[in-house]
Design a binder for this molecule. Structure first.
Ligand code: SAM
Length: 391
């Protein structure tokens, strides 16, 4: 399908698509493999483009165009796609995002539908039967189907989370990542265009109290908050949260990003090391984008995701669904395949699974492009901003 345009296009000027490497046909596997041998097991599901904050690096001041209600995926549709993903395609991690997931009044139903479908999918793999029919006993990573539980997580700004967290956990939520760039109230209000720092902190405390530990905190590295980065780390350590900083990517709605303004992992380390002793601790797992450091000899850690200065596309295991139900194989690849339209036209699970596999087979090599000469810090132009894709 044609790309859906939300957010403001920006030009980064790199070749997008070259011929498939070797023109190889897709191998016979139910999994979401691509032409570069990667397998997608981590599903990001955006469920809205609405948000309660207006972070300058993500959203325009007036917010993103809202997806009409009947164009958003319903809880049942999300449940059905999760079921197909887990049972037939090898998905093992699910993360809800947006926009802000808490803007959906039916978030509890969405999580509940995803949990039921994921558990049913895993149970059918253990039993060697599937309701979809074609992939009974599908192996996970080359072996037997396993008894593991699919992890359901959410990326959120935590506004209002305190009032809903118990219901979300009861519905099947396992983890939450909270986006927080500073613990300085004024800097927070300027950056997010909303004076809501205290409410975010309340949401984080509620998540911890509800047993969602470890709560991960994601902070985008920005010139205006770099100075406060050590205070943010101190807050995270004190509250038992895992803090990860991420280099800003060209996914802002205003198209203002420039490579020269990117605060790098190296800049951050310089600031943090003036207050903390940091010892390199490697990576949680090889496909995890964050490099970890022990803080003052541990056990607390801090992570840095060097998404601009060090590309980790070679280990990417993500597949994304936008709020309108299209598959997007790469953050920077504008091609999208409309699965919701298939669902609504009466397609079978096998037909939906095949369309999803075909979309992922075409996943670009890196940053929206197949070009091998692409520099690690070059990105294809995106038609959607982060908030419109789902981060
Ligand atoms: N509203 C939720 C939240 O605040 O976490 C979920 C959506 S938000 C788009 C998801 C993540 O994308 C957040 O952690 C945010 O910081 C990150 N993000 C947004 N724009 C970004 C950019 N230009 N570069 C890097 N990360 C970005």
């Amino acid at each position: 399908m044609a790309a859906v345009t939300l957010g403001i296009p920006s030009v980064r000027g790199v070749p997008r698509r070259a011929a498939a490497p070797g023109g190889r046909p897709r191998p016979e596997t139910p999994l979401l493999v691509d032409r570069y041998g990667r397998v997608a097991r981590d599903l990001r599901v955006s469920i809205t483009t609405a948000c309660s904050l207006r972070c300058t690096y993500c959203m325009p001041a007036e917010g993103l165009p809202l997806v009409p209600r009947d164009e958003l995926m319903t809880p049942d549709e999300i449940g059905r796609l999760v079921g197909i993903g887990v049972r037939d395609l090898g998905i093992r991690d699910i993360r809800f995002t947006g926009g802000e997931p808490l803007m959906r009044r039916d978030l509890e139903q969405i999580i509940g539908a995803a949990r039921a479908a994921a558990d049913e999918g895993m149970a059918s793999l253990r039993g060697g039967t599937t309701s979809g029919g074609s992939t009974a006993g599908m192996p996970t990573s080359g072996g037997q189907a396993t008894a593991e539980r699919v992890r359901i997580a959410m990326t959120s700004n935590a506004l209002g989370l305190d009032k809903r967290v118990d219901a979300l956990v009861a519905a099947g939520l396992d983890r939450v990542n909270v986006s927080l760039d500073t613990v300085d109230r004024e800097a927070f209000a300027t950056l997010t265009r909303r004076d809501r720092l205290d409410d975010v902190l309340k949401g984080i405390r509620a998540a911890l109290a509800a047993g969602l530990a470890p709560v991960k905190i994601n902070a985008v590295l920005l010139p205006e908050t770099l100075e406060g980065a050590a205070d943010l780390l101190a807050w995270a350590v004190e509250h038992g949260c895992n803090l990860r900083f991420i280099e800003e990517m060209p996914l802002d709605a205003d198209g203002q990003w420039t490579r020269d303004d990117v605060v790098t992992a190296a800049d951050l380390l310089g600031v943090l090391e003036s207050r903390f002793t940091l010892t390199p601790a490697g990576r949680e797992d090889p496909s995890a984008p964050a490099e970890e450091w022990l803080v003052d000899e541990g056990p607390a850690t801090v992570g840095i995701i060097a998404s601009v200065t060090r590309s980790f596309c070679g280990a990417c295991d993500r597949t994304r669904l936008t709020a309108e139900g299209t598959v997007r194989s790469c953050l920077f690849g504008n091609e999208e395949t409309d699965l919701k339209a298939l669902l609504r036209s009466g397609a079978t699970d096998d037909e939906v699974g095949d369309a999803w596999r075909a979309a992922m087979w075409a996943k670009p090599r890196a940053h929206g492009s197949d070009a091998v000469e692409l520099a690690p810090d070059a990105f294809a132009a995106t038609e959607r901003s982060m908030g419109a894709i789902g981060g």
